[in-house]
Write a protein of this length. Structure first.
Length: 251
């Protein structure tokens, strides 16, 4: 299990503040699968005792990780006004605690995803010849309209009619970065199943889908004025949907 803690907004906490983690996600096998952290010993629950021990050791920030019977733990923390942070352990198996088959089938699943949403890069339309006859620097056409009103298709991404050839031996007025290129809208998904075989052995099955919804991620269009492919997209920036399956045995 891995836990990532965000920086707490309260002023008394900094990134260097010691953090105490109480794992309250287990069940009591000898207690008919009762919520182990809420079991009372000598008039105090195990959870309260762990928090008090951390406080006495000078740990101000305490994080309680809930799993089994997490609703009970959350309600207990709220009713007792324990000054702790509560997070859920998504690795804890889901099930009714009474059927190994149900827990084996339904427990240990994890779903993850990354959504990449990115605007296009500024692109510059250039001339393929030295119209001002100066030798150095970018050679630009004239801009006579808005190039970013095009249909944004593969055949014609931007408005190519927004550019014209300048008069001979003159500089074009198009400017740098006047065209906004294609953006990125891509979702990567992963589904992971963790199955514990023994105390020291675990089997993990993974399914990963890159560009899961198979969006067309276009590459930059041709920006050379006068080129037969001017304004067209001839490549993709990211591949179409890819599926990847993996099986890993950890021991």
């Amino acid at each position: 299990m891995s836990i990532t803690l965000a920086h707490d907004s309260r002023s008394e906490y900094t990134r260097d503040t010691p953090v105490g983690v109480v794992l309250a996600a287990g069940t009591g096998a000898r207690l008919n699968n009762a919520c182990k952290p809420l079991t009372r010993v000598a008039g105090m629950t195990l959870l309260e005792r762990a928090v008090r021990t951390l406080r006495e050791a000078g740990v101000k920030r305490v994080v309680v990780v809930a799993g089994h019977a997490g609703e009970l733990v959350e309600r207990f923390v709220s009713e007792r006004s324990l000054d702790v942070e509560l997070i859920w352990n998504a690795d804890f198996p889901r099930g009714n605690g009474s059927s190994a088959l149900v827990n084996g089938l339904l427990g240990g699943w994890q779903l993850g995803g990354i959504w990449t949403l990115q605007s296009g890069q500024p692109l510059t339309v250039t001339l393929p010849y030295d119209n001002p006859n100066v030798g150095e620097g970018a050679k630009l056409p004239d801009r006579i309209g808005n190039p970013n009103t095009g249909p944004q298709t593969v055949e014609k991404f931007f408005n190519t009619d927004a550019f014209a050839a300048p008069a001979q031996y003159t500089f074009g007025n198009a400017g740098i970065g006047t065209v906004t290129g294609p953006g990125i809208n891509s979702v990567d998904l992963s589904l992971v199943k963790n199955q514990r075989l023994t105390d020291s052995m675990r089997l993990q099955f993974r399914v990963e889908a890159f560009n899961a919804f198979n969006h067309l991620i276009m590459g930059d269009p041709v920006t050379e004025f006068g080129n037969p492919l001017f304004g067209q997209v001839t490549s993709t920036r990211l591949d179409n949907r890819e599926l990847q399956f993996a099986l890993r045995l950890e021991f």
